[in-house]
Write a protein that binds this ligand. Structure first.
Ligand code: HEM
Length: 182
């Protein structure tokens, strides 16, 4: 998992909880590098799982809630860090329909060792999009938070429904988005 995900996660923990909480979960996770992540480095996904599980214990907040909160935060950070991916005139459904073919394809060019999920998308009319998420890392709660962050960013009224299709092994979740016209 790319270091940017860790650095942004720890920044969110510092802001939303406290710098002490960030230190506490780093210590509890017994990380080989003591939590010194660099944005361009690559680290085991298990370290993210450990940090989130410890944060869940310390904060008495369920892991899925933390991942959703992190997803929203991460999306706003992507907007700040990679403005070129968010051209003016873009809308929520068009952006999300291109996450696999455009956004993550560009991410792979920047970071060839990135481990990305797979999204199969289907546009069912102008105001509806179906996204099927597949990943060995089963981070559909993070994906959900990112999608909510995306909806918030574009400021449209979009209803999101998630169905976890298969909770075992290669986890798969379906996101159904419906835009409401004002
Ligand atoms: C709402 C839109 C997006 C969704 C739903 C999404 C979803 C995800 C998810 C769920 C992961 C975790 C890995 C996994 O599940 O296997 C991930 C990883 C990542 N995404 Fe996205 N993403 C979105 C937009 C973006 C954007 C805009 C960028 C950059 C500009 C980006 C860059 C990355 C990077 C760098 C990783 C980490 C790769 C690694 O750990 O090796 N994503 N994405």
């Amino acid at each position: 998992m790319k270091g940017i995900v860790f650095t942004e996660f720890l920044e969110m923990v510092e802001k939303t909880f406290s710098p002490e909480t960030a230190d506490q979960i780093i210590l509890a996770s017994e990380l080989p590098h003591g939590g010194a992540y660099t944005a361009v480095g690559t680290y085991p996904h298990a370290e993210m799982v450990s940090l989130v599980v410890h944060l869940s214990e310390v904060s008495a907040t369920p892991v899925p809630d933390l991942l959703r909160t992190f997803g929203r935060h991460l999306f706003s950070r992507f907007v700040a860090l990679y403005p070129a991916f968010f051209p003016s005139g873009m809308d929520t459904l068009t952006f999300l329909a291109g996450v696999e073919t455009h956004i993550h394809a560009e991410v792979l060019k920047l970071y060839p060792d990135a481990q990305l999920p797979r999204f199969d998308t289907r546009r069912a009319g102008e105001d509806e999009l179906v996204m099927d998420y597949r990943s060995d890392r089963a981070m559909h709660d993070l994906a959900e938070g990112l999608i909510h962050g995306c909806i918030q960013h574009f400021g449209e009224r979009v209803h999101l429904r998630k169905e976890v299709v298969d909770g075992t092994g290669g986890t798969c979740a379906r996101f159904v988005l419906r835009r409401e016209r004002l």
